[in-house]
Design a binder for this molecule. Structure first.
Ligand SMILES: NC(=O)C1=CN([C@@H]2O[C@H](COP(=O)(O)OP(=O)(O)OC[C@H]3O[C@@H](n4cnc5c(N)ncnc54)[C@H](OP(=O)(O)O)[C@@H]3O)[C@@H](O)[C@H]2O)C=CC1
Ligand SMILES: O=C(CO)COP(=O)(O)O
Ligand SMILES: [Zn+2]
Length: 354
């Protein structure tokens, strides 16, 4: 008989504060002198050019051997290359330093080599910050794979709040997406008898509600807004860890975003796309989609194809193919998805296209 085992992987420590990188060693829950000699940093070109020196200086005090990998895209091929590189160098610890792309690559690589992973987000743009899952792209599709939770998250408010504002607003969009993600999960439970964890669902919903409650502050401040969005994203990361899948965080609105990543000439940010997806999927769920749109507008997030910089026909096409992205994940889009006409009407009725 198959054993019914539910494993919950959660991070060990979250450090939130200002100017953390220079004293980073003291915040890590690790004995760096004893066990860790070689550290591999997966980062992005912009992030490294701007903040790389700060991290290098912070880690220098322990005379660690540092290897830096600047990655452009979160593909399975790129992850395999990082794994082989890190294995060849006998790396002891992997750090993901940057946006969601760098954190996912680092997280996945660390899980494959069975070494610890540290998450140092430089933006509050996604909820992979502290989750044990990595979203990698391969063969034109996006898959979320079990990786490993960070032993530590170091969230430097100075760095994160001075990142381009659109990254923070994208984070608010990724958090608000939990409204429809949880409705889709519940639907899959009711129609397909899929496992549904009400605690994880509640925690995930809390991140969306946090954004709605504090939308005024998010729209007017920088550091305070960063703290609010960051807390919402960490809460959602924890919900993913408790559920043991990205189910509480990713539903039909994410399928729409993944479809855009596949077909849009120039996709927008993940959280910008999931935010717009949430407006449309809320309407399908007969939820208060106008409120979702109002909150997104208030915080300055895109709510239209034009603001996303994506042609209207691509929005419609993405709606029609979204259900095929991850067929095993049942959502309001059902098994057959939307027809072109229904998709066009949905996008038009919600003001996403004109
Ligand atoms: N694992 C999970 O559960 C989740 C994973 N994701 C994944 O995360 C990714 C989206 O993350 P997102 O952060 O939006 O996108 P990216 O990681 O692609 O980052 C977007 C851009 O922001 C730049 N950037 C990051 N921080 C700063 C900063 N402080 N100052 C200036 N520029 C900065 C990056 O620079 P650079 O070019 O240097 O990297 C990059 O150009 C997607 O791949 C998505 O699938 C999203 C949600 C959950
Ligand atoms: O983006 C995510 C949650 O916000 C991860 O979800 P996916 O499983 O759709 O990649
Ligand atoms: Zn997301």
């Amino acid at each position: 008989m198959e054993k019914d085992v539910h494993i919950i992987d959660l991070m060990k420590r979250v450090v939130i504060g200002k100017d953390l990188l220079k004293d980073i060693i003291q915040y890590l829950p690790l004995n760096l002198s004893k066990n860790i000699k070689k550290v591999y940093v997966v980062t992005g070109p912009h992030v490294w050019d701007t903040y790389g020196k700060k991290l290098e200086e912070g880690l220098k005090s322990k005379e660690l051997e540092l290897y830096i990998k600047k990655s452009e895209s979160p593909t399975i091929e790129e992850a395999k290359q990082i794994i082989s590189d890190a294995k060849g160098k006998s790396i002891d610890l992997i750090i993901g330093f940057g946006g969601g792309k760098s954190i996912d690559l680092a997280k996945y690589a660390a899980s494959q080599i069975s070494i610890p992973f540290i998450s140092i987000p430089t933006s509050a743009s996604h909820d992979g910050i502290a989750s044990p899952f990595a979203s990698l792209k391969g063969g034109g599709w996006s898959t979320s794979v079990k990786a490993v939770e960070p032993i530590c998250v170091i969230a430097d408010l100075e760095i994160i709040s001075s990142s381009p504002r659109k990254l923070l607003i994208a984070g608010a969009g990724d958090a608000i997406a939990k409204l429809t993600a949880v409705s889709d999960w519940r639907l899959a439970h009711l129609l397909r008898n899929e496992y549904y964890g009400s605690y994880a669902a509640g925690l995930s919903l809390l991140s969306a509600k946090h954004i709605i409650k504090y939308s005024d502050i998010i729209s007017k401040t920088d550091v305070e807004a960063t703290r609010i969005v960051l807390e919402a994203l960490i809460s959602s990361s924890v919900a993913i860890g408790i559920a043991g899948s990205t189910r509480p965080a990713s539903g039909s609105e994410h399928l729409f975003s993944h479809a855009l990543d596949k077909i849009a000439p120039k996709p927008a940010l993940h959280g910008e796309q999931t935010g717009v997806g949430t407006i449309m999927m809320s309407k399908l769920h007969r939820m208060n989609w106008k409120k979702v749109r109002r909150v997104l507008k208030k915080v300055g997030a895109p709510t239209t194809a034009k603001e996303l910089g994506i042609p209207e026909n691509i929005i419609i096409e993405a709606l029609t193919i979204a259900h095929k992205i991850r067929p095993e994940r049942y959502t309001i889009l059902g098994d057959r998805g939307l027809t072109w006409e229904a998709a066009e009407k949905l996008a038009r009725d919600t003001g996403v296209i004109s």
